[in-house]
Design a protein around this ligand. Structure first.
Ligand SMILES: *Cc1c(COP(=O)(O)O)cnc(C)c1O
Length: 400
């Protein structure tokens, strides 16, 4: 037997070694002027990231979770109102909803793309909600709560199908806040407008995370909210900085949610590489697609809908008996992940919401079969071939 080199799920060391000189320069600069919070490095990054995303404004904050929370606050979502999202996402999406005192409503995902199923959203809004003639606001019939926003999640680097989601939001006067935390640079083809659009440009605002493992990652915690809405941008800047528009003049109570200057400087250095890194991820994904196509009866590869250009934050396949596949790959020195094993509606943290198994069957089925394969821009072709070979070996020895 030949010894296989260990193939990590994600390599965060190599890119930082490659960029070390530039990253250290940022630290030198910050130590030189002691401008650790806010300031020109943060403003430069905000300008650069807004440009990258094709939005007018970018408000840099300390995490993707706070980006979502501040966006909800700036969109004037009130305690007690309902925000609709999907149960197949990272818990930060729903934590932010609860943190503003809003209520979580779930709609199921599409089985091909793993993002919000617009038909399920339509069914929820049309049939389980009703327009209150007095206020003109949409209310959920069962709880009589106002519905105020929709959060589509661009999961794994692929955008949700935004046209029908935006149309429904428009019909009922709901705010759309995109969770773009996994989709820096992903694109969506709007059939309605006949053009490609960047993730983060389609809703009232969009939240991004720069957690180290994301497509654009800081060397610590960081996030941003992008928007074209000047008023919202202003409010989010106040919210992240204790509600002050001017030092010690607090118009509202806010948070300590600012971004460190060093993180912003590091993000600016890395942003220059993001397009190439995203392209490398796409090329690797297409490599996996081709190699795994032979096993298509037992391995479901990611489906890239014609209206999306994904940036493959993750490369997620579906198989029967995924725990056995994970063990077989681990034995071959290949690390994998599961994003995410327990649907949010079945998490202990949400037991009080009263959901049960069977409420969101697509999410539940998907969550029990998914495996994320190694995916990062520095993954080598031979490593990719090795992973694909081991996956194929596993399924061919496992045919039932
Ligand atoms: C990473 C992530 C977040 C939260 O971002 P943090 O920066 O870790 O707070 C939110 N939503 C999704 C879908 C994510 O992947």
């Amino acid at each position: 037997m030949t010894r296989t080199a260990k193939i990590p799920f994600l390599d965060l060391v190599t890119p930082h070694q490659e960029l070390k000189a530039e990253l250290l320069e940022v630290v030198e600069k910050a130590l030189g002027n002691a401008g650790f919070i806010g300031g020109p490095m943060v403003e430069d990054f905000e300008r650069e990231f807004a440009k990258f995303c094709d939005t007018r404004y970018c408000v840099a904050v300390n995490s993707g979770t706070d980006a979502l929370r501040f966006a909800f606050m700036a969109a004037d979502i009130k305690p007690g109102e309902i925000i609709v999202t999907v149960p197949h996402t990272f818990i930060a999406t729903t934590e932010a909803i609860s943190q503003v005192g809003a209520h979580i409503a779930f709609v199921d995902i599409d089985e091909q793309t793993y993002t919000m199923d617009p038909e399920k959203l339509r069914d929820y809004l049309d049939n389980r909600c009703t327009l209150d003639p007095a206020s003109g606001k949409l209310r959920e019939k069962a709880s009589n709560r106002a519905v105020s926003a929709i959060v589509p999640v661009h999961l794994y680097g692929q955008t949700a199908d935004m046209d029908p989601i935006l149309e429904l939001a428009d019909k009922y006067g709901l705010a759309v806040i995109e969770d773009a935390c996994q989709a820096h640079g992903a694109e969506y083809f709007s059939r309605k407008d006949g053009q490609w659009k960047k993730a983060g440009t389609m809703g009232r605002a969009a939240a991004f995370s720069f957690y180290p493992g994301k497509n654009l990652g800081a060397c610590g915690e960081a996030g941003a909210i992008n928007t074209d809405d000047e008023e919202m941008a202003k409010r989010m800047k106040m919210i992240r900085d204790h509600g002050q528009a001017k030092k010690y003049y607090h118009d509202i109570e806010g948070y300590n949610g600012r971004l460190d200057a060093i993180q912003a400087g590091w993000l600016s250095v890395k942003l220059r590489h993001l397009s190439n890194w995203n392209k490398a991820r796409r090329d690797l994904a297409h490599g996996y697609h081709e190699l795994l196509a032979e096993a298509k009866d037992s391995v479901a590869i990611p489906v890239e809908a014609p209206w999306t250009k994904g940036v493959y934050h993750l490369y997620v396949i579906r198989v029967q008996d995924r725990e056995a596949l994970q063990s077989a790959l681990a034995e071959a020195g290949i690390s994998t992940g599961i994003h995410y094993p327990i649907p949010l509606h079945l998490q202990k943290a949400y037991a009080h919401l009263g959901f049960k198994k069977g409420d969101f069957p697509v999410t539940e089925r998907v969550a029990s079969e998914i495996v994320s394969l190694p995916m990062f821009p520095q993954l080598q072709q031979e490593q990719l071939r090795e992973v694909a070979k081991r996956v194929k070996e596993f399924v061919s020895s496992h045919v039932s």
